[in-house]
Write a protein that binds this ligand. Structure first.
Ligand SMILES: NC(=O)c1ccc[n+]([C@@H]2O[C@H](COP(=O)([O-])OP(=O)(O)OC[C@H]3O[C@@H](n4cnc5c(N)ncnc54)[C@H](O)[C@@H]3O)[C@@H](O)[C@H]2O)c1
Length: 459
């Protein structure tokens, strides 16, 4: 099938490469010249496990262009995967989606049928708005257009994006048009029936079952995406709330999570207490859902509480540091991990950023390490404090991070940080304090290595 994809970010690029691998004829469009330059050289602009090698495998069968006119007219299906960043009031900004829809409609051929699919995460009612944008362009052009708009929310998890694209739990389609549903079913047929040969680096999981394609109305599809992310966010916030109480009463949240996770109604996933969620989805999508609710005058106290608890986790880390160091002024703190989660270079809304800003504001010297997200973090923190005598230093060397430091804070649970030589690090530090923001180490193991260990919700 001829497919045009608008936007080559985390979602657009992953989708483009996977669809090309499944033998669809893909043209991907982006406005960002620097991304296109890299893509034309066969380089992925983002870090996502397996993406670079898959891109190399399919790049000769697909095209990247800044120009919708080179992608859309011939296509049967057009996917919009542009960003929907938060506005100041938290609502999702759908400007890029509407702009993309407008640009698409401007180059659609009269009479030819297209399925225009919104993959971006959008407030309820956006599909309707997109259909109106398209109709307005057609009437301004004085042509009879034939576009069916459909919602196909994306459930990708960064760090596991390809896994999720080839072996999804489900595919959700919201559309009124049978033709659009049929086109999407044909697009996803190799995935729905698992008829493709798995890439060598991404074998089909042993217990994987064929995924259902759920069809529904567009509003419900849009709501499914927000409800799914909000539920996952609040599951994490719930265990973090329990973790705080565990600290007060002397219980161990990892034991509590194990005990409740064995209940099949609850399940053990998303019950790891820690520094909470960040990234480009949960913070933005929970805020956007509250924005949708506010417009209807409807209160959502559970969603609000999930956010409050989540961001409180960041403050609690600072409080733990203050508690053990008395003052942060003049202290040297090593930050292990900048990305909002392992296996990605994405630092959007990462807990590390808030923690670093607060430490620097309180007069601490911060050294920060990450296996791949240093450049993105440097940009997010305004390239600040890079000189030798400034208060924020990035380093690729964990020994330099620890040397003479007053405390280490483990912020992102990269694999690498599961295998630290704790005894050696503790010896190099001024005061061997480890604040384990992801409960990676057992208190006994860290203490035996010479650390004063403080986890989340543990005794
Ligand atoms: N990142 C995730 O984990 C994830 C998961 C599920 C859903 N989503 C949703 O998917 C959408 C995209 O997210 P992302 O993380 O891929 O965003 P991103 O910011 O990484 O990428 C968006 C891309 O769209 C391009 N773009 C914007 N307007 C354009 C236009 N008119 N024409 C061509 N290109 C244009 C930008 O240059 C950028 O490269 C968002 O709505 C997001 O909420 C993201």
């Amino acid at each position: 099938m001829k497919v045009a994809i608008i936007g080559t970010g985390y979602v657009g690029l992953t989708t483009a490469v996977v669809l090309a691998y499944l033998n669809h004829d893909v043209t991907a469009v982006d406005k960002d010249k620097s991304k296109l330059d890299l893509l034309h050289e066969g380089q992925s602009p983002i870090h996502e496990p397996g993406l670079q090698s898959l891109l190399e495998e399919v790049q000769h069968t697909m095209r990247f262009t800044p120009n919708v006119a080179e992608a859309v007219p011939d296509a049967e299906l057009i996917l919009i995967a542009v960003g929907t960043p938060p506005k100041k009031n938290g609502e999702a900004d759908t400007r890029h989606v509407e702009q993309a829809a407008k640009e698409v409609a401007e180059v659609c051929l009269p009479e030819k049928h297209y399925t225009l699919v919104v993959k971006s995460t959008v407030p309820i009612g956006t599909n309707q708005k997109v259909a109106e944008v398209v109709e307005n362009v057609f009437s301004a052009r004085g042509i009879q257009g034939n576009v069916s708009v459909a919602s196909n929310p994306e459930f990708l998890q960064e760090g596991l994006a390809l896994q999720g694209a080839f072996y999804p739990d489900r595919i959700v389609v919201g559309a009124h048009s049978e033709e659009a549903i049929d086109t999407l079913r044909r697009l996803y047929q190799p995935i729905l029936e698992q008829t493709f040969d798995s890439p060598s680096t991404l074998p089909r999981p042993a217990a994987y079952h064929l995924p259902p394609m759920m069809t529904t109305d567009p509003n419900s599809a849009e709501m499914i995406k927000y409800a799914a992310n909000t539920f996952l966010a609040l599951k994490i916030s719930f265990i973090n709330e329990i973790a705080g109480l565990c600290e007060e009463v002397g219980a161990d949240v990892t034991e509590v999570a194990r005990g409740i996770g064995l209940d099949s109604r609850i399940g053990n996933r998303f019950l790891q207490a820690g520094l909470g969620w960040g990234g480009s989805c949960y913070p933005k999508d929970t805020a956007a859902l509250l924005g949708v609710a506010a417009q209807s005058g409807y209160e959502m106290p559970i969603t609000e509480a999930a956010r409050t608890i989540n961001f409180r986790q960041r403050e609690r880390i600072i409080e733990k540091l203050r508690g053990v160091l008395k003052t942060l002024k003049g202290k040297t703190i090593g930050i292990l991990g900048l990305a909002f989660k392992p296996n990605t270079d994405d630092i959007r809304e990462a807990p590390s950023l808030d923690i670093i800003r607060e430490l620097v504001a309180e007069g601490a010297t911060v050294r920060a390490h990450d296996p791949i997200a240093i450049e993105n973090a440097r940009r997010a923190l305004n390239g600040k404090a890079l000189s030798a005598n400034s208060e924020l230093h990035f380093t690729e060397d964990i020994d330099k991070l620890a040397y003479d430091a007053d405390a280490l804070v483990l912020v992102t649970e990269w694999d690498l940080y599961h295998k630290l030589e704790l005894r050696r690090l503790a010896k190099q530090m001024k005061t061997p304090i480890l604040i384990d923001g992801r409960n990676v180490y057992s208190p006994q193991e860290a203490k035996a290595a010479g650390f004063h260990y403080i986890g989340i919700g543990r005794i």
